[in-house]
Design a binder for this molecule. Structure first.
Ligand SMILES: [Zn+2]
Ligand SMILES: [Zn+2]
Length: 271
């Protein structure tokens, strides 16, 4: 199987990943990838916002690390991107970030359902225990729809992230996801099939098979990402993501250059 482009990976600058971009690139070539994209956690305007992203004064260093990976591995296509946290009110900051470097794409992700709680933060698990999961999922998908509609992003990251630790509401999530997909469809954004979920308690790709099926039925374009935070995770489980995509009917995915998309074929055949 020829692997699709892996568009989601991090660097040590975010303080919870290991390995240099150049090492990620070397591993990408080893596992047969032809194209990758770095999308580390974007800086906030205020560095003290949290402790799991690069500082603002490290943005140039990030771009330089990616440039070095390109110089070291000229046969690999390497895209420059960011995984940007979407919070309501941060739009101007995101526009400012977008203008600072020639990004190939921006992934818009919702981690925060309030200014102080990121639902995927393992150090804040106790928050989940004191909240109604339905309320959390509802806020999450509202914010995700706002992210899609903002027009600030080419890709929406890990669209059902609140499942990470297995806190599901009793209610059917389908209407929440369907409403979000209407926004995504109108905005023309792609949704990422992110394999990191397989390595978490939920043991499932983000988004779930049921959601990916709904995405296909609505004609929502996709991208692929391992969300690698370590060298060995580059390209991880992309075969499973390809299988999920092709099982529901996808034959194509999106690649990006200078924030413009092009269609690429998903190759599910052996060889
Ligand atoms: Zn991360
Ligand atoms: Zn993320």
């Amino acid at each position: 199987m020829r692997l699709p482009a892996d568009y989601h990976m991090h660097t040590p600058l975010c303080r919870h990943a290991t390995g240099e971009p150049s090492e990620y690139a070397a591993h990408a070539l080893e596992v047969g990838l032809k194209e990758i994209g770095f999308s580390d956690h974007s800086p906030m305007r205020q560095d003290n916002f949290d402790d799991w992203r690069m500082r603002l004064d490290q943005l140039d260093e990030y771009v330089e690390k990616v440039a070095r990976a390109r110089r070291d591995h000229p046969t690999l296509v390497i895209k420059l991107a960011l995984e940007v946290d979407f919070l309501p009110g941060h739009e101007d900051w995101i526009r400012e970030l977008a203008s600072r470097h020639p990004w190939d794409y921006l992934i818009g992700s919702v981690h925060y359902v309030s200014d102080s709680w990121a639902v995927d933060n393992p150090y804040k698990l106790s928050e989940w225990k004191s909240r109604d999961p339905w309320e959390v999922w509802s806020i999450y998908f509202e914010r995700l729809a706002m992210a899609a509609e903002s027009g600030l992003f080419e890709i929406i990251g890990h669209a059902d992230l609140p499942k990470k630790f297995g806190f599901y509401p009793k209610q059917d999530l389908t209407p929440l996801f369907a409403r979000f997909l209407e926004s995504a469809k109108k905005a023309g954004v792609a949704l990422e099939l992110n394999t990191a979920g397989l390595r978490k308690d939920c043991k499932e790709i983000y988004p779930s098979p049921r959601f990916v099926q709904m995405m296909f039925q609505m004609g929502i374009p996709i991208t692929f990402g391992s969300d690698a935070h370590a060298v060995g995770e580059v390209g991880k489980d992309l075969k499973a993501a390809v299988e999920l995509a092709t099982t529901v009917g996808y034959t194509e995915y999106r690649k990006f250059t200078a924030r413009k998309w092009q269609v690429a074929q998903i190759c599910s055949n052996e060889g």
